[in-house]
Design a protein around this ligand. Structure first.
Ligand SMILES: *[C@@H]1O[C@H](CO)[C@@H](O)[C@H](O)[C@H]1NC(C)=O
Ligand SMILES: *[C@@H]1O[C@H](CO)[C@@H](O)[C@H](O)[C@H]1NC(C)=O
Ligand SMILES: *[C@@H]1O[C@H](CO)[C@@H](O)[C@H](O)[C@H]1NC(C)=O
Ligand SMILES: *[C@@H]1O[C@H](CO)[C@@H](O)[C@H](O)[C@H]1NC(C)=O
Length: 346
């Protein structure tokens, strides 16, 4: 039985049902959602796990080998992921109508040409000069594409998902979300296009607010909606997505507090409109860091192409959310000429 059968449907939920989607949230304008990470299930939650050396492909995505209070309801042949799935389903069935649990698999895109250029020029020269250009004549990094290494990282993710399905019967994501930047669109396509049986196709939905922190660097300026539609014709694009990138401001950088406000907004949209439990979000290092802050997860930086799962508890609280004020974007400091290349070490 699904958890929502126990939940009281209010007028706004009923009108949402009439529109073809269901929301557990009684009245979004007067309530707010408090997101927390439920720890104790993934190695990435533990202080002893070192992000820099942790490899999700050798650790069952990080799922800890442990028992759950609902194991006695499971068949003895259940894998760790099946037992966890049953536990999460049970949490949802037994929670009040203001509480929802979802498991988010957050992936970082594979290596992009902007990542290579930042290493090549060094971060100071990249930040003050090269990142403001579209490229250098031989390499293009405006809305960067992924490199062959980045493609291989996404193929590794695809193979790992397939192996978890075969060996662990892992729940595959019921919904896929992605940043609108090309490196994420490519990564999501490679990772997920072969995972679903034909009759259970799930296509990624492009959402503006899953994009990277808008740094003023051209790699964070997205392409047009027409380009996305033409290049990734099977993808869904969220309603209201503008043709042009209206958020990018040359020479100005979005501040973390502002990024967290829009990350919270996109999570509210996803949690409010998507009744699925198992979701994937393909985004960026900075955007995943923002998601983890909003979810009150510990800091865990992802290398290119890697994935972190998080069990999220979303509790709708009556009343008005504590106000977080926006701050002005800062202007970035620039260099008028190209700084010299870093001297090679080695
Ligand atoms: C959110 O939930 C956490 C954990 O239950 C609690 O400590 C915190 O005060 C809550 N925050 C808000 C804004 O409701
Ligand atoms: C969990 O246990 C299995 C089988 O005993 C083992 O192969 C696997 O490496 C363990 N996973 C973790 C994350 O400890
Ligand atoms: C452009 O940058 C790439 C690294 O991103 C480098 O390999 C290449 O040599 C550069 N091209 C020129 C003309 O400097
Ligand atoms: C659900 O999606 C619609 C548009 O797709 C959006 O306007 C609405 O705010 C979303 N619901 C919530 C609770 O965010």
């Amino acid at each position: 039985m699904r958890s929502w059968t126990f939940k009281v449907l209010t007028l706004s939920a009923l009108s949402a049902l009439a529109l073809g989607h269901w929301t557990p949230r009684p009245n979004p304008s007067a309530d707010y959602v408090n997101y927390t990470t439920v720890t104790g299930f993934f190695l990435q939650d533990e202080a002893s796990t070192v992000p820099g050396t942790f490899d999700y492909t050798t650790a069952n995505f990080g799922l800890i080998n442990r028992t759950y209070p609902t194991d006695n309801e499971c068949s003895r042949s259940f894998t760790q992921w099946q037992k966890f799935e049953h536990y999460v389903d049970t949490l949802n069935q037994r929670s009040g109508r203001n509480v929802d649990y979802k498991v988010l698999f957050m992936g970082r895109h594979g290596e992009g040409y902007h990542n290579v250029a930042e290493s090549y020029y060094g971060t100071p020269a990249w930040n003050c000069y090269w990142s403001l250009l579209d490229g250098n004549g031989t390499s293009v990094w405006a809305d960067a594409k992924i490199t062959p290494k980045g493609q291989a990282q996404a193929e590794t993710a695809a193979k790992y998902w397939a192996s978890r399905v075969a060996l662990q019967k892992i729940p595959i994501p019921q919904s896929l979300y992605t940043s609108p930047l090309t490196r994420c669109l490519q990564t999501a396509e490679i990772t997920f296009s072969g995972l679903y049986p034909r009759h259970q196709r799930v296509v990624p939905t492009v959402k503006e607010y899953f994009r990277e922190g808008i740094s003023g660097h051209t790699c964070d300026r997205r392409s047009t909606k027409s380009y996305i539609r033409k290049t990734f014709p099977t993808f869904e694009i969220e309603k209201g997505f503008s043709e042009q990138d209206l958020l990018f401001k040359p020479h100005f950088a979005e501040q973390p507090v502002d990024q967290d406000i829009r990350t919270k907004a996109v999570l509210d949209d996803v949690f409010g409109n998507d009744s699925n439990t198992w979701l994937s979000i393909t985004s960026h290092s900075g955007e995943t860091a923002s998601l983890l802050r909003v979810l009150k997860h510990r800091v865990f930086s992802l290398s290119t192409g890697s994935v972190i799962p998080v069990l999220v508890k979303a509790e709708t609280i009556k009343g008005t959310a504590p106000v977080t004020s926006t701050v002005a974007w800062s202007s970035i400091s620039t260099c008028s000429t190209a700084p010299p290349l870093p001297t090679p070490t080695a």
